[in-house]
Design a protein around this ligand. Structure first.
Ligand code: MD3
Ligand code: FE
Length: 210
């Protein structure tokens, strides 16, 4: 089966895919917003709780709360950048408009996590559960090189569905899909020229507080 003809009915309830939601011009504007943001709040390499093993992505955030992790304090949300101590850059208005368009959630997201996948970066299977607003949807924007995204069920090790996400695609995880294991198993490096230094940028919008 080709990437284009996967059956959405195989995906967990609440999962929605909007191919090329953002035009190439809008994608360029979002990349410019990321470049402006990371000038003030530089990408940093997060470490896993307890072991201190570095993750392969680098990250930053927009919004009043940013997702961070380190050896000592683990996964959490913080109002300031771990290195500069400054508040995160403001959430771009275009991302708030996206949230209003693709979700019914009454409150806006406080966090936009920026993940940058460079050569060799991937993300292993996990469930996002650091948010108090556990039933709020999560909205993801893919920019730059395509990625193979996999989503399984609420238990580790079950069957998974794969979907290739392209630059400009938006994915919404609401309902049951919000509590499913997911991973980024492959990046197709060099297929897009959108990201100036190469690779894939993923923007993840999350409501943190209830
Ligand atoms: C599916 N990021 O940062 S998109 C993450 O492409 C993360 O960078 C991936 O998983 C990426 O945690 C995947 C966002 C995403 C976020 C939450 C989810 C997908 C999800 C929750 C449930 C199911
Ligand atoms: Fe995740």
């Amino acid at each position: 089966m080709s990437d284009e003809t996967y059956l959405m009915s195989d995906f967990p309830q609440g999962f929605a895919h909007y191919p090329l939601y953002f035009s190439p011009a809008e994608q360029a504007e979002l990349i410019q917003a990321v470049r402006d943001g990371v000038q003030a709040a530089p990408f940093f390499r997060p470490s896993m709780p307890r072991t201190g093993t570095p993750m392969s992505v680098v990250l930053s955030n927009f919004g009043t709360l940013g997702w961070v992790t380190d050896k000592d304090k683990g996964y959490r949300y913080e109002p300031t950048h771990p290195k500069t101590g400054a508040p995160w850059p403001a959430m771009p208005k275009r991302l708030e408009a996206l949230w209003r368009d693709v979700t019914d959630y009454p409150d806006l997201p406080e966090c936009c996590l920026i993940n940058w996948y460079r050569e060799g970066s991937k993300m292993g299977a996990h469930i996002d559960n650091d948010e108090n607003a556990a039933s709020a949807p999560v909205v993801s924007v893919s920019l730059g090189d395509p990625a193979l995204f996999r989503i399984g069920g609420p238990k580790r090790g079950g069957p998974t569905q794969g979907i290739k996400l392209y630059s400009g695609d938006v994915v919404v995880m609401a309902g049951a899909s919000r509590h499913c294991y997911h991973s980024v198993s492959k990046i197709f490096y060099g297929e897009s020229a959108l990201v100036p230094k190469g690779g894939r940028i993923n923007l993840t919008l999350r409501r943190v507080m209830t």
